[in-house]
Design a protein around this ligand. Structure first.
Ligand code: F6P
Length: 341
């Protein structure tokens, strides 16, 4: 069997571990051959490929990013996208395609499966917002990076008697903010799932200043004030119709400074959260996803995505995988609220 592999959407630590596991088991156990499609769905659209042998995947386990490259290309936005993908798969004699990505990439995989393209999905995103899996790889690394940054910010915030507002990624889900904030003892955590009241945030900040302990506000990029401001810096949309988020931290810092009279600064962690080497948890999860994905392809179990349930890797239909976004439930935020202020 000849298997095509691609990585789509925002990159995240662990992608190379998946690719390595797919190729190592595919070649070593099943005797399959591989072709790498470059830059997400752009690869099969343009017929842009690279070799993917065991030699090509040696040494990539600890490397961040993806050796295949990535993009947010949506082939269904192109009039002849489906046809071009079919032609590419045909010309490279590809019998199976493994797509590694988040909700957008897997949404395309699902539509291709509906069109009888033999495809298997692997979930990835630092946002941890895919409903069908307990965790996605990349999330643990992103949380670790944010936690380490916040730990460092504690000491400088304390020295200067400042409030530091730390803006983290996560798009429409507050998982990174919640976990990083909990792990690092944030003063308050603001997430998209619960629009915040600025008066409450200011009260938490003032209370923290009274204790003389560092005041750190962790805010998810998609969080917004209860009044309904959308926190958008730009109305630019990507090929999947997502707006680019960000800017809420800056506005929050200005508001805190104006209302408390204390200096407030913002730190936007941004793509640092997606860069560099994956954590041990993410390396193991990504490796297991890769091993199970090539099993599914070998068995010609098309239209499934591998998922973590408890400690087991299971297969779920791609349709289920992309059905709903996993957001932070109220009771999880309530656990963190005990430590606010
Ligand atoms: O989905 C992963 C993610 O990092 C989000 O947390 C963030 O909103 C988005 O991607 C940023 O996308 P880009 O790298 O295209 O700016």
């Amino acid at each position: 069997m000849r298997v095509g592999v691609l990585t789509g959407g925002g990159d995240c630590p662990g992608l190379n571990a998946v690719i390595r596991a797919i190729v190592r088991k595919g070649v070593g156990v099943y005797g399959h051959e591989f072709v790498g499609f470059r830059d997400g769905w752009r690869g099969p659209l343009d017929g842009n490929t690279m070799p993917l042998t065991v030699a090509d995947v040696r040494g990539i386990l600890p490397r961040g990013g993806t050796i295949l490259g990535s993009s947010r290309t949506n082939p269904f936005k192109e009039p002849d996208g489906l046809q071009r993908i079919r032609e590419s798969l045909g010309s490279y004699a590809v019998d199976a395609l493994i797509a590694i990505g988040g909700e957008d990439t897997l949404g395309v995989a699902k539509r291709l499966h509906d069109e009888a393209v033999p495809v298997v999905g692997v979930p990835k995103t630092i946002d941890n917002d895919l409903g069908a899996t307990d965790f996605t790889f990349g999330f643990d690394t992103a949380v670790g990076i944010a936690m380490e940054a916040i730990d460092r910010l504690h000491t400088t915030a304390e020295s200067h008697h400042r409030a530091l507002v730390v803006e983290v990624m996560g798009r429409h889900a507050g998982w990174i903010a919640l976990h990083a904030g909990l792990a690092s003892g944030a003063n308050v955590i603001l997430i998209p799932e619960r629009p915040f009241k600025i008066d409450e945030v200011v009260a938490y900040v003032e209370r923290r200043f009274e204790t003389k302990y560092a005041c750190i506000v962790v805010v998810a990029e998609g969080a917004s004030p209860a009044a309904g401001d959308t926190s958008l810096r730009t109305a630019e949309l990507d090929a999947f119709g997502h707006v680019r988020l960000g800017g809420v931290g800056q506005r929050l810092a200005e508001e805190i400074e104006a209302r408390t009279g204390k200096e407030a600064r913002v730190v936007v962690l941004g793509h640092i959260q997606r860069g560099g080497t994956p954590s041990a948890f993410d390396r193991v999860l990504a490796t297991r996803f890769g091993l199970h994905a090539i099993d599914a392809a070998h068995e010609q179990d098309w239209g499934v995505m591998v998922a973590l349930r408890g400690t087991d890797i299971v297969r779920v239909p791609l349709a289920e995988a992309t059905r709903e976004l996993k957001t932070v439930p109220d009771d999880r935020l309530a656990e963190a609220e005990v430590f606010f202020g």
